[in-house]
Design a protein around this ligand. Structure first.
Ligand SMILES: *Cc1c(COP(=O)(O)O)cnc(C)c1O
Ligand SMILES: [Zn+2]
Length: 400
């Protein structure tokens, strides 16, 4: 076991990792897991990974689970890093897609759920509750089912319909709210107090980040321990971006990568861009975004608890934050599928739109190595594709 303690990034207080802890008891900020990295360094070489199974547990020493018998796995992780040659040539960069669409439940949320639920089980949690824009709820529902943990899930009525089915069939206690994820969060807050269950809201427990961190570890391993120049991430709560940044910092401390950090880009939709606004105003925290709305439903987060960590990762890496329109997202979703065979989710497509914008402005330079995170499968959002398909009678021919 290499986990040493939980640390507060705001007030620097250290906390015991061996009991259920939610936010920092001192100041209310989200907590980060820390490891004895010198010990990891002494006992693990990157070459050791080669013979391990292709899932996220290959980075066992950098994960918070104490005893493997509590591991709850559905085969998540080690997703492909696909070269997008055609679109890359068009943009004049080396373009890659980290495709999270093939993970259980079809989104990267299952990385957070695998590690978060495993730790919850290890700590003796019997029930948990969470607000969600759909995908996280679906992932936590299936892993909770496997772990015999009761999951209370609250999502907006407008969340992707398939995520309801996923929660329901996995036996979660599912509720819809006439409102946004922030409203679902209020309901969950009251439920946690009343039912005494663990609060699995984004960043209110420290282990989800550790699961999402493995995207960064995989990108480094897949690029043979040379980090890319730029990573674009569709940012809602920002957990993935915070996690990827944390992964690279840990790899630096292990000496597995050099000093260079990828420039982290937070991509948001114009209809909900609190992080972009804060970045443009050079602030270290965001403000609540009123009337949030976008087709990229997973990033409809009006105010993220970890906004200060997202902004810090951007500033520390000379990154930036970009907002794109829904119209461009949908057009680029079609372009990605038609050119590269990649049917990505709207959130994933937003990264490609942002990359084009940053290439045009010169922020991304010719020949740079650019990774787009596709956070989920386009299959989960069938309604974003509008098609008019000709219908033939059996005796009719295809018009030539
Ligand atoms: C949740 C989600 C996001 C945003 O993830 P965060 O790490 O919370 O910012 C992006 N894309 C999809 C498909 C999601 O479900
Ligand atoms: Zn604190």
């Amino acid at each position: 076991m290499y986990m040493s303690h939980l640390e507060c990034p705001k007030c620097s207080a250290k906390h015991d990792p061996h009991k259920i802890t939610q936010l920092c008891p001192e100041c209310g900020a989200p907590l980060l897991v820390r490891y004895d990295l010198n010990k990891v360094k002494a006992n693990l070489k990157k070459e050791d990974l080669v013979s391990r199974k292709p899932d996220l547990w290959r980075y066992r020493e950098l994960l918070p689970l104490v005893d493997d018998k509590y591991k709850v796995t559905l085969g998540e992780g080690m997703t492909p890093l696909l070269a997008l040659d055609k679109l890359g040539n068009k943009l004049g960069v080396e373009l890659y897609l980290k495709d999270e669409g093939i993970i259980p439940s079809g989104t990267f949320k299952s990385r957070g759920a695998a590690v978060g639920v495993s730790r919850a089980k290890e700590l003796g949690v019997k029930s948990l509750a969470m607000p969600t824009n759909g995908n996280a709820g679906a992932s936590w529902a299936i892993y909770s089912a496997k772990a015999d943990i009761d999951a209370y899930i609250v999502m907006p009525v407008d969340a992707p319909a398939i995520t309801r089915n996923e929660c329901a069939i996995a036996g979660a206690k599912l509720y819809l709210v006439n409102g946004l994820i922030s409203d679902a969060g209020k309901i969950v807050g009251r439920a946690v107090a009343k039912l005494g269950c663990m609060d699995a809201s984004t960043l209110k427990e420290p282990y989800r980040i550790e699961g999402k961190k493995t995207m960064g570890l995989e990108i480094a391993e897949q690029l043979n321990w040379e980090v890319p120049d730029v990573i674009l991430y569709p940012t809602g709560g920002g957990v993935g971006l915070i996690g990827i940044y944390k992964a690279f910092r840990e790899l630096q401390q292990l000496g597995w990568i050099g000093d260079k950090m990828p420039r982290m880009v937070a991509v948001q939709a114009e209809g909900c861009a609190p992080i972009v606004k804060a970045w443009e105003e050079k602030k270290t925290a965001s403000e609540f975004w009123n009337n949030a709305s976008t087709v990229a439903f997973g990033i409809t987060v009006p105010k993220a608890l970890g906004d200060f960590l997202v902004l810090d990762a951007i500033y520390q890496t000379n990154g930036c934050a970009v907002a794109v329109t829904d119209e461009a997202i949908l057009k680029d979703q079609a372009e990605l599928a038609a050119a590269e065979g990649a049917f990505v989710c709207p959130e994933g497509a937003a990264n490609y739109t942002a990359a084009k914008k940053l290439r045009e402005s010169g922020w991304i330079k010719p020949g740079e190595k650019v990774v787009l995170l596709n956070t989920g499968a386009g299959l989960k959002y069938p309604d974003t594709v509008q098609v008019a398909v000709p219908v033939l009678e059996p005796e009719q021919d295809i018009p030539v």
